[in-house]
Structures are given as C-alpha cells and as structure tokens.
Design a binder for this molecule. Sequence first.
Ligand code: ADP
Length: 248
Amino acid sequence: DLSHGVALYLEDITVSFDGFRALNQLNLTIDAGELRCIIGPNGAGKTTMMDVITGKTRPDAGKAFFGQTIDLTRLTEPEIAHAGIGRKFQKPTIFERHTVFENLELAMKTDKRVWTSLFAWLSGEARDRIADTLRLIRLDKEADRPAGLLSHGQKQWLEIGMLLMQEPRLLLLDEPVAGMTDDETMRTAELFVSLAGKHSLVVVEHDMAFVEKLGGKVTVLHEGSVLAEGDLATVQNDQRVIEVYLGR
Ligand code: ADP
C-alpha cells in the first residue's frame, strides 16, 4: 500500500574511499509515494548515495532498507532492480534504431515479455500498457518513429517510460532535466508530479526552477551527510545552506 509507510530508509550510512568519507552517517527517510529532491554542491555525496541505494556501492556501515523488509545491503544490483528500484542516469540508453513503441516493448520485464509473446499480446494487455505509458510521457504521436529522431528531451522521457515498463516502486533520477529546454523542464516536472503517489521518486537536481515546480520536500547534502531538510523556501533560507552555497 503506497499511501502508507516508508519507501526507503537509510540510517548512518558511511562510505569511505581510501579513508575519505564520501558519505558520513547519512540518514534519509523517503515516504511511500513521496517526491523528494536531493540538492547539494559538487562532491556532497549525491551520486554515492544513489550508488548505495542501487547496490553499486556497498556501504562500510549503516542500514539501507527498501520498504520495511528489503535489506539493500544484502542484495546485488540486479536483485535490487528486480525488487522495484529503477534508476535513470543522465545519458539515455535507448535503442536509437528501434521505434519508440519498440523501445517500450523491449523494456518490459523479461518474464512479462515472454508472457506477452505467448498470450497477453493477443489480449492487447501489453499494448494497452505501452499506450498508457506513451500518453504519460507525451510520446503517443511519436510511437512509430525511430527513437534516434527524437529531441533530447523526448529521449529522456522515453527512457523514463522504459523505466516505468519495469513497474518500479522507487524511481531514482539523476539530473533528469539537464540539457532540456525550459518548456521540456516544466513538462518533466508535471510528469514527475503525476508519477508521485503511485511511485516514490528521488530526484538529484541542480535546476532550482525545476525543484520549485516539483514542490516536494528537499534534502540538502553536504560532506556526505544531511545539512538541511524541508520545503525549498525553508532550506534556501537556512544559514548553513547559504554558507555552503555561497562560500564562507
Ligand atoms: P556528488 O554526486 O554530490 O557530486 P559524489 O557522490 O560523486 O558527489 O562524490 C562524493 C565524494 O566522494 C567526492 O569528493 C568524490 O571525489 C568522492 N568519490 C566518489 N566516488 C569515488 C571513488 N570511486 N573513489 C574515490 N573517491 C570517490
């Protein structure tokens, strides 16, 4: 039930690289259905945090749970993805020569694809899911075009659609609007707001207009731990945050 409970729970997560603490007793709780933005200066630990959540990096200490029961520190990267955590990197990994529709089809879970090819295709169930996703990511008119012909923003949306085909409960997005036009950025914000509730989202982003439009709680990372947390206006007026961003 996504309207209750915790989607992600990090407690005292520490990650060291050659003695340097990229994460230093990081604590983070994301509620189910929440849309959370993570901001912070370069080197704050944002990428390392995402790497811990997806199992790419093992923490040296601390707890990391997906939902109430899934201990992320005991799972491999593929196991974590299969458990329902989807990550979008900055660089799209779409199949440029395939159509938009085919990209979404290819992105369905392998077990579902097998099912699809045998039975569900006939019932149109898979087609319906792809059509719903196409509308959601505003690419329904581009379904039959090769993905390589899409604009930069559209490619990003297609990749988000491909992630959604995996039916993740938690979506991790790393600077999703980098390189987008203002219009694409605002449409992406609308998309994310519409995904929240059904999914939990953690968005690492530098674009403050985008963060403002998302409207959720903001966590400021600095030197591997949480410096401030709250709505954007509150953290922007926090003296410690101002010092970190403007320099002392
Ligand atoms: P952010 O994403 O907020 O810019 P990162 O998580 O990428 O921050 O990095 C946090 C700190 O950890 C940085 O000082 C970075 O240089 C260091 N770091 C990250 N990954 C490694 C690594 N594989 N080896 C050594 N240092 C690393």
